[in-house]
Design a protein around this ligand. Structure first.
Ligand SMILES: Nc1ncnc2c1ncn2[C@@H]1O[C@H](COP(=O)(O)OP(=O)(O)OP(=O)(O)O)[C@@H](O)[C@H]1O
Length: 252
């Protein structure tokens, strides 16, 4: 389980969030949405213990799989080297990775469909390729908690779809607590069970996807009119998406 209880974080006199409580049990996935600068990354960092809490407490395993928004460029390391670092906390600072660590890393690369990147230099990869390596690194920790900071940002539509499929595949295993941030409510519809909304003005609310991803709440969240659209997905099944009223183009 991962979560916060009565958690407050401030930078100097500026409170980023106050008295936030939520939990993600093993087997569920939560999406966190909120406007730019509202504190989503800070919340993830607080959850993982990188950011001290001014009040409250956090629950997280000692080692969590964390996928940051931007991975540092890790000069001259191969994709495989970076994924093996997912085991670094287990290996220890001066330890050498053994056969088992390399096997675990290769398996994680296989799960994310990035086996072909194993021998490529990480610092020469595109943003999307690095993201896949970082996801594999998080899986290689073997942790029951996975935390993703905007896993679909800066990805083209095809890679957004692949990343959402991957999140769903991990969710369907129901053996981890998964948390991800996103700016797209449809990504919460696609890959989450629960949602935490960090509302403007410092209020947080959480509930199931069905309760939280509704036009009224999103109107308030972003200050933009939102509406449902009905459509047929690639499999022919009826689907609902939520889009801003500015989407599309007038036609007659
Ligand atoms: N170490 C820090 N010291 C001071 N202020 C900080 C620090 N880290 C973050 N902030 C501020 O806290 C606020 C929340 O930042 P954060 O990155 O958590 O927002 P976010 O919701 O993830 O934003 P975005 O959607 O734009 O990525 C911002 O105003 C940011 O400038």
């Amino acid at each position: 389980m991962i979560g916060l209880e009565g958690a407050t974080v401030s930078f100097g006199s500026r409170v980023i969030f106050r008295d936030v409580t939520f939990e993600v049990p093993v087997g569920r996935t939560m999406a966190v949405l909120g406007p730019n600068g509202r504190g989503k990354t800070t919340l993830l960092r607080a959850l993982l213990g990188f950011q001290p809490l001014a009040a409250g407490k956090r629950t997280a395993p000692k080692i969590a799989g964390y996928v940051p928004q931007h991975g540092a460029s890790q000069a001259k390391l191969s994709g495989l080297d970076v994924v093996v670092m997912g085991h670094a906390a287990r290996i220890g600072l001066f330890g050498q990775p053994g056969k088992g660590d390399i096997e675990a890393a290769r398996e994680a690369l296989d799960i994310v469909g990035a086996t072909g990147l194993a021998e490529h230099r990480y610092d020469r990869m595109s943003g999307g390729q690095r993201r896949m390596i970082l996801i594999a690194r998080a899986l290689a920790t073997g942790s029951p908690a996975l935390v993703f900071d905007e896993p679909t940002s800066a990805l083209d539509l095809g890679n957004q779809s692949k990343t959402l499929d991957l999140l769903n595949m991990l969710r369907d295993r129901r053996d981890r607590a998964i948390l991800f941030t996103t700016h797209d409510p449809n990504h919460a519809l696609a890959a989450a069970d629960d949602v935490l909304l960090m509302m403007p003005g410092g209020r947080e609310i959480n509930g199931t996807v069905e309760e939280m991803i509704v036009p009224e709440a999103l109107n308030t969240l972003y200050g933009v009119d939102m509406r449902w659209v009905e459509m047929h997905g690639s499999g022919g099944a009826a689907r609902r998406a939520v889009v801003p009223a500015f989407a599309g183009r007038e036609y007659s």
